[in-house]
Design a protein around this ligand. Sequence first.
Ligand SMILES: *Cc1c(COP(=O)(O)O)cnc(C)c1O
Length: 726
Amino acid sequence: MEFLLGRLLEDAITNLRLTERVQSVTRELGIELGPLLHDEPDSALGNGGLGRLAACFLESMSTLKIPAHGYGIRYEYGLFRQSFVDGRQVESPETWLQTVDPWAFERPELKFEIGFGGKVEEIGTAARWTPDEAVIAQAHDTPIVGWRGRWANTLRLWSARPTEIFDLARFNAGDFAAAAEPEALARAITRVLYPDDTTESGKELRLKQEYFFTAASLRDILRRFERTHDDLRKLPTKAAIQLNDTHPAIAGPELVRLLHDERHFSFDEAVEIARGCLAYTNHTLLPEALERWPEDLMRRLLPRHMQLIERLDAAHEAKHPSRQVALRAHGEVQMGPLAFVMAHRVNGVSKLHTRLMKDTVFAELNRLYPDRIVNETNGITPRRWLMSANPRLSSLIGETIGNGWLANLERLAELEPHFDDAGFLDAYAAVKHANKRDLAGWLARAHGVHIDPAAMIDIQIKRIHEYKRQHLNILEAIALWQDIHDAPNAERVPRVKIFAGKAAPGYAFAKQIIRLINDVAAVINADPVTSPWLQVAFLPNYNVSLAERLIPAADLSEQISTAGKEASGTGNMKMALNGALTIGTLDGANVEIRERVGAENFFLFGMTADEVLERRAMPDHAARAIADDPRLARALETLRNGTFSAPDPGRYRGIADNISGPDYFLVASDFSDFWRAQREVDRAFADPARWVRAAAHNTAGSGWFSADRAIRGYMRDVWDAAPVEL
Ligand SMILES: *Cc1c(COP(=O)(O)O)cnc(C)c1O
């Protein structure tokens, strides 16, 4: 349902290895290539990590020559554009389609009618569904070029069109509004990307979107198969369908419907074939993010699918009468369990997340199907996140070990023997410094933020969410500010804390965190005593292009989620690859990053996932943590006394009350250890030789986090697929 592609021109040029030629042509034409590349708007048809993962996977599948299609929705409005007014997030529509989309090929011949609502007539055990509303799904194809341009896959996005452009008869009869209904429905379905990837939205329109693109994609897959094959029983050997979260989980019932009702396989055989094709990636354990749809809504919008879900549920119950697992509960269809029973493989996205999946949400289903859950830790494409984003580091790596790393990122380990060569670590440090100088120049030009490029660049960039704990980070900044005032002449390392990220428009607490960070930045940056040592900046409108700009300059990567809550993270991988050291909890892929880059090159703090559960069970955990740490108490006091909201002293009382009261995400309980680890970071940064070696270990040890490795894992464990021979 999401693809967070970012810009494509540079990706296409580098993957076709045309960079030098394009540079010489643009030079001849008197055009500067850099600004030209930055003219392309970001394609932001995704919210965050989940959509970016899909984009990295598409590029990797093209690189590995796996014939694949990405299927999604061509939203008229992508993720909102974020700006700040008085420190507050303001959303405006992202109108990316108002300029031409030069990458897309419109495919008017590729269209399917997708129905909603209506009646079901039972014919034996099968049925005929007659929808009472319909739209046309029409394909738009964007080529995704693989590394070296040997293969390109297709991102096929569906836009909705009215079935009849215009109902002349109704219009002539004076029923103007009704005549426009088909058009209104079509426009509504592909109008906006839902700007919330962690809470299930109760919107009927969202269910329509999910069915719309899933049904069109399945019909496209069957069309392609039936062009060259006649036995649909072989479909699982030819088509692997990976569900990126439960958003397309209606694919299970829909594929059963297509096979049973429309192609006359028995119900059991249809289920078997569908399950052979389908696999499901779980991306979160947050209970509020597990999709559920009211049965009434499902019955009204997709009456035949609701019948099939009831039948799947009954079949499951008959097979496992203890019935601990229901596809339906409390009048709702549970999309996670539905995706699970309709998939032959279910995967987690990091080792820890996979273990927690087996122990918690899918414990019962895992008992019934012990071989179904597998782990495929996420990855990122090194072509975008190292070669294009960080050309200086790429050149240094190329000069040191050649360019084999681009197709096999684990070869970065070959850098390690060079750490003792005269000059390598100096050159590595010089690259980082030059990247930081570039960032300082851009911050001054674009945002009027003036920083010292020698300062530590400390970065937390990701969606704003309580579990990601940007409020823990800003609380530490407040405590540090107070500490500098206490001892203004102590020896310190200068630090610039950079934040970026969007809050879902309806998520009030996250928006308060944004405002708090902006308010804290205003006070701290204007303080002449502390500003030589500490600056805070919140950059607006986080997107892929901003990530590409910030990550090569990062010294410190903040990955500080409450343990057990971040399924994997991929921002953590991008930064480690580019030589930032992580300060992080044992959460998501942080665990695996630490194993690979070395525990001595990673700043670990905080409770483990198991300790989090114990601590949370303690009734006064926050009060105890605050009583034990005067620094924390003093920092929290500033939120209560209006230090950062002078005209409106009550503004941040809500955040303070949350942290000192329920504190579900254990900000208070992890604060002291976070502070300790941050001071360890300071000491390490004060020793440049030690720091650069640790940074280089992060680059050398990050090769395993290539999306190519992840895709090979899916090919082996999930899809039973192989690259095409060229
Ligand atoms: C990588 C990326 C993310 C994911 O970041 P996490 O830190 O893993 O949450 C989100 N948004 C953008 C634009 C990204 O590039």
